[in-house]
Write a protein that binds this ligand. Structure first.
Ligand code: NAI
Ligand code: AKG
Length: 424
């Protein structure tokens, strides 16, 4: 996966003249740590979990990135995610480098207390390498604000002082920022709005299918529906639902909260009939004839295996790495525009940055202020990237990488390396 991720890096060097030293530095992670995390389970047994933290590059500031709990987490995946965080923070213009963490675990199999012991154990294992000006974790797949609260608390216990800024995405009562919970979905909507405005699209005529109904998928779907887009399909890991006239996202969310999976929404015949939804498979959702396909689950969902079947005109990547480089080629040839992850899902880390700033200054902002600041950054960076794509006649992904790598290369150069532009 990491080798594939790096192919994106290589593709921008034909557009910008960058010194080999920059390429060399951005081709490897600065630090990768694997740790054993012992956890006493509720039945008295000791279980050892494997935890990862990769700090990819810190040229532009302390490294930043979420922690993922998933049974398939591995070093290759965490390294790729940390590389994308590096590019993303540069694309958003944040004073951060990139990192990512993870634990190989199925959190659905743990009790709440076991989950808390694992999360505190993760911090004890990595306390020496994280820190408010070193590396600042945040939530990712199957981690949330409650887990971030436990982690920040554990770090404060170890440090014998209050250090809320070591972790972002915390509960608001523990120093979390207003608006962080919905920030990734909200940011993606800003990126889509700017794109739609430039294409002259009417929101009410635009149909959207959303893969993934967790933090980012739910908030995106909820906010997009509120703005007038038509959400016609939703999926989670267990199944998918469809309605040509549009789904009521809040109703679906309420049923999922009660029943824990989307499948229950339609498995219960009463609910299904009442809401007029039909069931489709997860694979069918990806190939629906919609205007926008939103990928908000995991990596490698559109690959060379299914790219040629995609009928959507635009893909919005809220997940990290949901389209493979091989699929990019097929999509580009078929005229499908991809609004790339490093732009589309940057709302989360942007509001994480706001949280870090609030924690460090001790001055807290109201939700409206956070939302206005997020909108300003998303609109600015989206339009820079959409303009770059027009100027270079390249894909939106390549334009986003050009934008991020130029900022990174500038920082690497200004830290004392050879001039990054070979020709001035
Ligand atoms: N939480 C955040 O602030 C950010 C998350 N992301 C990325 O967004 C993606 C989703 O993250 P979250 O929403 O936070 O995770 P989450 O754990 O809240 O939700 C993940 C969702 O994906 C669903 N899912 C898993 N496999 C699926 C499949 N094959 N088909 C359909 N649905 C599937 C799960 O059922 C769940 O609904 C990940 O790639 C993550 O790295 C990116 C930026 C920030
Ligand atoms: O909020 C953050 O610091 C990072 C979120 C994240 O992991 C991501 O953008 O992929």
């Amino acid at each position: 996966m990491f080798e594939l991720a790096k192919q994106r890096l290589a593709s921008v060097f034909k557009y910008i003249d960058v010194d080999e030293e920059v390429i060399e530095r951005l081709s490897v992670a600065k630090r990768s740590i694997i740790a054993s995390i012992p956890v006493r389970m509720d039945n008295g047994e000791l279980k050892i979990f494997t935890g990862y933290r990769v700090q990819y590059d810190d040229t532009r500031g302390p490294t930043k990135g979420g922690i993922r709990y998933h049974p398939r987490v591995n070093l290759d995946e965490v390294t790729s995610l940390s590389f994308w965080m590096t590019v993303k923070c540069a694309v958003a213009g944040l004073p951060f480098g990139g990192a990512k963490g993870g634990v190989m675990v199925n959190p659905k199999e743990l009790s709440r207390l076991e989950l808390e012991r694992l999360s505190r154990g993760y911090i004890r294992a990595f306390a020496d390498i994280i820190g408010e000006t070193r590396d600042i974790p945040a939530p990712d797949v199957y981690t949330n604000s409650t887990i971030m609260g436990w982690m920040a608390d554990e770090y404060s216990v170890i440090s014998r002082r209050q250090v809320p800024s070591v972790i972002t995405g915390k509960p608001v009562h523990l120093g979390g920022s207003e608006g962080r919970e919905s920030a990734t979905g909200q940011g993606a909507l800003h990126a889509l709005n700017e794109y739609a405005r430039r294409q002259g699209c009417q929101k009410s005529d635009t149909t959207i299918a959303v893969q993934g109904f967790g933090n980012v998928g739910y908030h995106f779907a909820r906010l997009a529906k509120k703005e007038g887009y038509r959400i016609v399909a939703l999926s989670d890991s267990q199944g998918a639902i469809y309605s040509s006239s549009g789904l009521n996202v809040e109703d679906v969310y309420t049923y999922k909260q009660q029943e824990s999976k989307l499948a229950s929404v339609y498995c219960d015949g009463t609910v299904c009939n009442m809401l007029d939804y039909e069931t489709i498979t997860n694979e069918e959702l990806l190939t629906l004839d919609v205007d926008v396909l939103v990928l908000g689950a995991l990596e490698n969902q559109v690959s060379q295996l299914n790219a040629h079947q995609i009928k959507a005109k635009t893909i919005l990547e809220i997940a990290n790495g949901p389209v493979t480089p091989q699929a990019d080629e097929v999509l580009e040839a078929n005229g499908v525009n991809v609004i790339p992850d490093v732009l589309a899902n940057s709302g989360g880390v942007i509001v994480s940055y706001f949280e870090w700033v609030q924690n460090r200054s001790g001055l807290y902002w109201e939700k409206a202020e956070v939302k206005a600041k997020l909108q300003k950054v998303m609109q600015k960076e989206s339009n820079i990237i959409y303009d770059l794509a027009l100027r270079h006649q390249c894909s939106l992904r390549t334009a986003a990488y050009i934008h991020g790598i130029e900022r990174l290369a500038g920082a690497i150069d200004e830290r004392g390396n050879r001039k990054y532009f070979k020709k001035q």
